[in-house]
Design a protein around this ligand. Structure first.
Ligand SMILES: *[C@@H]1O[C@H](CO)[C@@H](O)[C@H](O)[C@H]1NC(C)=O
Ligand SMILES: *[C@@H]1O[C@H](CO)[C@@H](O)[C@H](O)[C@H]1NC(C)=O
Ligand SMILES: *[C@@H]1O[C@H](CO)[C@@H](O)[C@H](O)[C@H]1NC(C)=O
Ligand SMILES: *[C@@H]1O[C@H](CO)[C@@H](O)[C@H](O)[C@H]1NC(C)=O
Ligand SMILES: *[C@@H]1O[C@H](CO)[C@@H](O)[C@H](O)[C@H]1NC(C)=O
Ligand SMILES: *[C@@H]1O[C@H](CO)[C@@H](O)[C@H](O)[C@H]1NC(C)=O
Ligand SMILES: *[C@@H]1O[C@H](CO)[C@@H](O)[C@H](O)[C@H]1NC(C)=O
Ligand SMILES: *[C@@H]1O[C@H](CO)[C@@H](O)[C@H](O)[C@H]1NC(C)=O
Length: 583
């Protein structure tokens, strides 16, 4: 059986994509999404020829990734605006919902300083506005503790008027003046525009151009009716006149592969050409299987003096303004979003910056040791008991020992070598495709009680009452599948694989690291389990976990059961840009 796709073919394709996006005399061709994988609500700006974008992260941590690019196609992860517990003490663990946390942000630059304004949903005090500042967006540490501000509605924009006053516009669409030092906002909010009648007028961004204030918003909700509409006024506070050709961007009512297009931001390149980024879902009109959720797409914009902007419809293959020349010379030690992971976790190295957790991890849960990346198990398994307030140690709120990276390709291969010597029944470590605590597909190595009919115990464990098993299970699938770990695998690490069988299915497999060809396919699951439902705002992550499945007390597992990861590999094997085309 062969379910590895050809990595070398992928590399050749990548090379051709890169060269077609390179310097050209006329307009350029490129492929969407430019920021593939779970990247919703992009907001972007350009400073001295470098583009900066931020996207939503909900309860994953670190949150609010900042990506930088010089060519609009190669996006490097340069920092996270929310990167330390001390920036918002206690907030992460006190957030119950799977889709609360850091909602849509706006990134702006003014007077040598970067600002990321956002809202954190679901604290015990309700939702709070957060404003992070930095003089160096290439550094995590340089992002300030946030100035917090009271909020009524989500999706804050940040806008400076010519008189230097600063405003925040939010869903509704309403406007308030904001004090950037204290977070004080003016009351009452001023209603600017209610949109053209679609539900949820939100995601506002204000721009001033040619004597007009332009108010661009998202409407119709973030699913199949999503759209971008615009209005303008000579005065900031209105009245705003809606454009007669609204919506200016949408794929609703079409049979396009890219659906849910909306919630965008506009910016200029160094040559003065306008561009926009928005979110889109590669779901096709069926809207059934789209595990990567909402991704970030780039579109050219024509915006002539005194006129309304014209946004080019979002497709997989785009043609528009000449892209800036290909240039990956960007500071910082984060990876480019579309690059493969090749991580060996050598002692003394840092945990790679594109790996994220589900809420703030417990102190010491993840560390790079001489044996690889050590994961101290959590009492919570990946499901825990979400939304429980009575047993918070099993809600995942006080730490879930999970670490993962975005699925950034329709087709991919992920594997990691696991060294794991559990001592107690129920101790487990493995790999997972994870959307939320109620949507995940797992392949764990777990110590189980040996049942009388068990045929899988090893000779050396023949007298033992336990046996080590490979257990495949998925939230949403009624049955799990358990296969004994063959005896000859027990001496070294086990290589666990997650691969796409095709655009709609994942295969989860295992092999002894020493003999990769002895691979066993343990389970197959539909990516439909990872699409929408309880995880409609988020996108799939692939990664590893360790748990004692609720044993122990408080937040501590019984002794043993640490997992050690080495040879972490992720590589893309194909991007669908339409129902039938793969690049
Ligand atoms: C988080 O919850 C704990 C207990 O539930 C409480 O003591 C703490 O003050 C809360 N932190 C915040 C920031 O609300
Ligand atoms: C928007 O709708 C609200 C509620 O109906 C109304 O109070 C407000 O005046 C409207 N705003 C505008 C600008 O029309
Ligand atoms: C803009 O506001 C000023 C007062 O601030 C007012 O005189 C003017 O009429 C307004 N213009 C429009 C188009 O509403
Ligand atoms: C180049 O791209 C811009 C922006 O999309 C578009 O307005 C223009 O028509 C294109 N020019 C050609 C020659 O295709
Ligand atoms: C073991 O026996 C039980 C009960 O007869 C049965 O349900 C189960 O499938 C058996 N397991 C294996 C691995 O044969
Ligand atoms: C995708 O892979 C799954 C699992 O191997 C298989 O059941 C399904 O038929 C495949 N779909 C297509 C369209 O080939
Ligand atoms: C998940 O979705 C199902 C179906 O909509 C719902 O019944 C369930 O309560 C949700 N679970 C959580 C944890 O939100
Ligand atoms: C996950 O842990 C809970 C206890 O926290 C337990 O009830 C549940 O059975 C565990 N799930 C699995 C598949 O072991």
């Amino acid at each position: 059986m062969r379910f590895f796709s050809s990595a070398s073919a992928r590399m050749a394709l990548l090379a051709s994509v890169v060269s077609s996006a390179a310097v050209q005399a006329g307009n350029s061709t490129y492929y969407n999404p430019v920021l593939p994988g779970w990247h919703s609500d992009p907001s972007c700006t350009q400073v001295d020829g470098t583009f900066f974008c931020v996207t939503s992260t909900f309860i994953s941590f670190p949150g609010l990734p900042v990506y930088a690019s010089k060519d609009l196609v190669n996006w490097k992860l340069i920092s996270h605006a929310w990167n330390r517990e001390s920036q918002l003490p206690g907030i992460s663990w006190n957030t119950t919902g799977q889709q609360q946390g850091m909602y849509a942000a706006t990134i702006r630059y003014r007077d040598e300083r970067f600002y990321v304004i956002c809202e954190y949903l679901g604290t015990p005090r309700g939702d709070i506005g957060v404003l992070f500042k930095s003089d160096d967006p290439f550094s995590d540490e340089a992002w300030s503790d946030p100035v917090t501000f009271p909020v009524e509605k989500i999706d804050p924009d940040l806008f400076w008027d010519d008189d230097g006053k600063t405003y925040v516009a939010t869903q509704g669409i309403i406007l308030q003046e904001i004090d950037l030092e204290t977070g004080e906002v003016s009351q009452p909010p001023i209603s600017l525009w209610n949109g053209t009648g679609g539900v949820w007028p939100e995601g506002p961004h204000l721009y001033k151009k040619d004597g007009w204030y332009y108010l661009m918003i998202a409407e119709g909700g973030t699913q199949m009716d999503h759209s971008i509409t615009i209005a303008r006024s000579r005065n900031l506070t209105g009245p705003y006149e809606a454009y007669e050709n609204n919506p200016i961007l949408t794929n609703r009512g079409t049979d396009e592969y890219f659906q849910t297009v909306g919630h965008g931001d506009l910016f200029q390149d160094a040559n003065g050409n306008w561009w926009g980024m928005a979110l889109a879902t590669r779901s096709g009109p069926e809207f059934e299987i789209y595990p990567m959720g909402r991704e970030a797409v780039l579109f050219p914009v024509t915006w002539e003096e005194g006129e309304w902007p014209v946004l080019q419809p979002v497709r997989g293959k785009m043609s528009g303004w000449a892209l800036p020349p290909t240039n990956r010379d960007i500071p910082g030690d984060g990876p480019f979003n579309s690059d493969p992971d090749v991580y060996d976790f050598a002692e003394g190295t840092a945990i790679p910056r594109n790996l994220v957790y589900w809420r703030v991890p417990r102190d010491g849960a993840f560390s790079v040791t001489s044996k690889g990346l050590q994961i101290i198990p959590s009492r919570n398994n990946l499901t825990g008991t979400p939304y429980s307030t009575t047993t918070p140690e099993l809600s995942g709120q006080q730490g879930l020992s999970f670490i993962g990276r975005r699925q950034t390709d329709t087709l991919f291969s992920f594997s990691v070598d696991l060294t794991f010597a559990p001592r107690q029944v129920g101790q487990e470590a493995g790999v997972t495709v994870f959307l939320t605590q109620v949507n995940h597909i797992d392949l764990g190595v777990v110590l189980l009680t040996k049942s009388s009919n068990s045929t899988c115990a090893s000779r050396r464990r023949r007298e033992a009452k336990t046996h080590l098993a490979l257990r495949f299970r998925a939230e949403g699938l009624p049955e799990s599948r358990t296969v004994g770990v063959p005896e000859e695998w027990l001496d070294g690490p086990i290589r666990l694989h997650i691969e796409t069988a095709n655009a709609t299915h994942y295969n989860l497999a295992a092999a002894p690291a020493a003999d990769p060809y002895a691979r066993i396919l343990v389970g197959t699951a539909s990516a439909g389990l990872m699409s929408g439902g309880n995880g409609s705002f988020v996108g799939s992550l692939v990664g590893a976990y360790a748990t004692c499945n609720g044993a122990g007390a408080g937040v501590v597992c019984p002794e043993g059961g640490e997992a050690y990861l080495t040879r972490w590999r992720y590589s893309g094997a194909g991007q669908y840009i339409s129902e039938t085309e793969v690049v």
